[in-house]
Design a binder for this molecule. Structure first.
Ligand SMILES: Nc1ncnc2c1ncn2[C@@H]1O[C@H](COP(=O)(O)OP(=O)(O)OP(=O)(O)O)[C@@H](O)[C@H]1O
Ligand SMILES: [Mg+2]
Length: 151
């Protein structure tokens, strides 16, 4: 199932993330792709809010993984600067798969390591303030989670 949204500003992108976050639970994996500066981190901030996390979410570009405790804990990953798949495994990637919601930016770079069923979300810059955000689910499990999304 595919769903396409267009957001007009950063607030709408965050709100869309929040509405997804409300439907996610431990063990879920959200794989983000798309242009630099397209809104992946902004969206993840919203996801964290939806999960009930109070801390401010910042980009993990240099740390690769940031974890946030909460009612449903979040592991926010960004593999843009990752040098090898081995590096991600060394950081303990597998340890996050069961007890967290994982949101990974640039996930297409490490496809080989991802769980079988993930929710893909692709971000595209349309212009200064507009973004296209495309959800692609390939299971009834994630279909159910994206069906009710709203901006
Ligand atoms: N509709 C929109 N949705 C989200 N961000 C927007 C929108 N319009 C403008 N912006 C701006 O685009 C930028 C998005 O930055 P963000 O860090 O979320 O992108 P990113 O995809 O995580 O980038 P990177 O690939 O570098 O990690 C922000 O500066 C934000 O203000
Ligand atoms: Mg980012």
């Amino acid at each position: 199932m595919e769903l396409v949204f267009e957001t007009q500003n950063i607030e709408q992108t965050e709100k869309l993330g929040k509405s997804l976050g409300k439907c996610l639970s431990k063990g879920d994996f959200v794989a983000l792709t798309g242009d630099l500066g397209a809104g992946k981190t902004a969206f993840t901030k919203g996801v964290a809010k939806g999960l009930g996390i109070k801390d401010d979410v910042t980009s993990p570009t240099f740390t690769i993984i940031n974890e946030y405790p909460g009612p449903v804990p979040l592991a926010h990953m960004d593999v843009y600067r990752l040098k090898s798949l081995q590096e991600l495994e060394n950081i303990g990637f597998d340890d996050y798969l069961d007890g967290y919601v994982v949101v990974m930016e640039w996930a297409d770079k490490v496809k080989e390591l991802l769980p079988e069923d993930v929710l893909w979300i692709d971000f595209k810059v349309l212009d200064n303030s507009h973004r296209q955000i495309r959800f692609v689910s390939s299971s009834p499990y994630y279909d159910d989670k994206i069906r009710e999304l709203s901006i």
